[in-house]
Design a binder for this molecule. Structure first.
Ligand code: GLY
Length: 254
């Protein structure tokens, strides 16, 4: 069960967020704020208390708080963004994390690690090696996980931005999976729900207590998740998609 979530309000600088899909255009800030309100409401309706952090205009991508920390049952790891324009965001999350965690750990240079590359499955954490997370960062996280009696393993990524751009663990052994992750051996043991290529963005769903949050506009994915027996809440993230953002990266949940 998640009791808490942390989000950060997007600033106007969101329009300058990193994007790998410039053809989608710039985010509409007014709409992004409305979508953020709806996202917070959805989290609350799943029974979590939401801590809302103030905007930080210095960092266009700072609403994507999931990337700057990894929250586990026993400790929180302050990450080290691999994207140079995001370097420094991690310092701004420390104070609020300290309110919830006594045990803080830190990824140290030359390690880089972004939380979007970390997928929790019980006490095991899959860590994607991406353009943002390097082997040094992944190995630091594994070492700390083992110190606290948990474990981690590495998944190589060649195409996706983050591990959770193409994977979502919905609990109960169910894994949403798409693209390059479909045939990976490590995920063989899960009951997989395959996401169609044309709905690839919607692989980034999140299970929050009794519900699965699904992005608006992906009817096939929504129906597949419902058919698997999950209760679904649809949340529109169209403006965040324009800057590589999705449901998972908009919050830390613990
Ligand atoms: N714009 C979010 C990211 O690429 O990190």
């Amino acid at each position: 069960m998640f009791k808490n979530a942390i989000v950060r309000r997007p600033g106007h600088s969101l329009v300058n967020g990193i994007t790998s899909a410039p053809e989608l255009g710039k985010p509409d800030y007014g709409l992004a704020i409305k979508q953020h309100d709806a996202y917070i409401a959805a989290l609350k309706s799943c029974g979590v208390e939401v801590t809302v952090l103030e905007t930080d205009e210095r960092f266009p991508d700072s609403c994507f708080v999931e990337d700057v920390a990894v929250c586990t049952k026993k400790f929180a790891m302050i990450a080290k963004p691999g994207a140079s324009s995001r370097r420094g965001e991690e310092k701004e999350i420390i104070e609020v994390i300290k309110k919830f965690y006594n045990n803080l750990e830190y990824i140290k240079e030359p390690g880089t690690l972004e939380g979007g590359d970390v997928m929790m499955v019980g006490d095991h954490f899959y860590i994607g090696l991406s353009k943002r997370t390097n082997r040094e960062g992944a190995e630091q996280l594994i070492e700390v996980l083992e110190k606290y009696g948990m474990s981690g393993s590495i998944v190589e990524i060649s195409e996706m931005l983050h591990l959770k751009s193409g994977l979502a663990y919905l609990e109960d052994d169910v894994l949403l999976v798409t693209g390059e992750f479909i045939n990976i051996l490590e995920f063989k043991k899960f009951n997989k729900i395959m996401i169609d290529e044309e709905e690839i963005y919607s692989a980034n769903c999140i299970r929050v207590n009794d519900y699965v949050l699904v992005p608006a506009g992906y009817p096939k994915t929504k129906e597949k998740i419902k058919a698997a027996g999950f209760k679904v809440i649809v949340v529109d993230t169209s403006e965040y998609r324009k800057v590589n953002g999705g449901l998972s990266c908009l919050s830390l949940r613990f």
